[in-house]
Design a protein around this ligand. Structure first.
Ligand SMILES: C[S@@+](CC[C@H](N)C(=O)[O-])C[C@H]1O[C@@H](n2cnc3c(N)ncnc32)[C@H](O)[C@@H]1O
Length: 241
């Protein structure tokens, strides 16, 4: 049986050339910008950022527009090649978020967007994030969260894999979705403080256009007042000084 991480790596190597098409249209662009902005608001504008699971560099590109410098790391060599093309001035490394090939205290901030649910040992990754952050450094992640609405997703991905549906994320990778309590426990055990957890995203990229437009309009209201309907979990925290 193929190892789960190997399956993830192989899959993203395979879709690397077409991954960006998923985010090129109106819905994709809006969705990615919406969740990226949660991270950007929680991270310092200046300084050195490490983006774990950087993919094709979509978040790195957004972050450096604000004046900071950024490096990216991804388990898929082909995704890293795309990221290097997108942001030629940034450093990109092939590697696993659970074993960061960087010195202690080398970054001011760490981000990770749509990756955490794939990580096999989240406590190991957060220990690594803590190690490479400078004292006072910030971490922000956003990933699918554990909710009534997301409960059926793993089964959907299993079915879509069996039916050979051609979709960039719809595969059975044995993903795990976390709730607030689990995230809080993981981040505090790793030593982080100032842990803030919020729910975000209501407009889903796979909705048809008119529905997506409507969902986008009511998204801020849902995130604030009806967070049980939002499906991504956003966590920000700090390494103590
Ligand atoms: C859904 S994509 C998100 C990519 C990018 N963050 C974005 O916002 O477009 C998930 C990415 O996580 C990477 N990935 C999955 N598990 C990883 C791990 N343990 N370490 C590093 N990268 C990982 C995959 O190769 C893939 O590029």
């Amino acid at each position: 049986m193929i190892h789960r991480q190997e399956k993830i790596r192989e899959h993203y190597d395979m879709v690397a050339d077409t991954y960006d098409h998923h985010y090129d249209h109106y819905r994709g662009r809006n969705y990615h910008t919406h969740i990226s902005n949660f991270l950007i608001r929680a991270l310092p504008e200046q300084g050195d950022l490490l983006d774990i699971g950087c993919g094709t560099g979509l978040f790195v590109e957004k972050y450096i527009r604000h004046g900071g410098t950024a490096a990216g790391l991804d388990i898929s060599r082909k995704m890293v090649e795309q990221a290097r093309r997108r942001c030629p001035g940034c450093e990109f490394t092939v590697g696993n978020g659970e074993n960061l090939p960087f010195c202690d205290s080398s970054f001011d901030s760490v981000s990770s967007l749509l990756v955490f649910s794939y990580v096999k040992r989240p406590e190991t990754m957060l220990g690594e994030v803590y190690r490479v952050l400078r004292p006072g450094g910030a971490v922000a992640i956003c990933t699918l969260g554990k909710k009534l609405l997301t409960r059926g997703i793993p089964a959907l991905y299993q079915i879509s894999e069996k039916m050979k549906v051609n979709h960039v994320v719809m595969k059975d990778f044995g993903e795990y979705y976390y709730n607030e309590e689990e995230m809080n426990a993981l981040f505090s055990s790793a030593g982080f403080t100032d842990i803030a957890i919020r729910w975000c995203s209501f407009a889903h990229i796979d909705m048809i256009d008119p529905l997506f437009h409507l969902a986008s309009r009511i998204e801020p209201f849902v995130e604030k007042r009806v967070p049980q309907l939002a499906y991504n979990i956003f966590v920000s925290a700090r390494k103590p000084e």
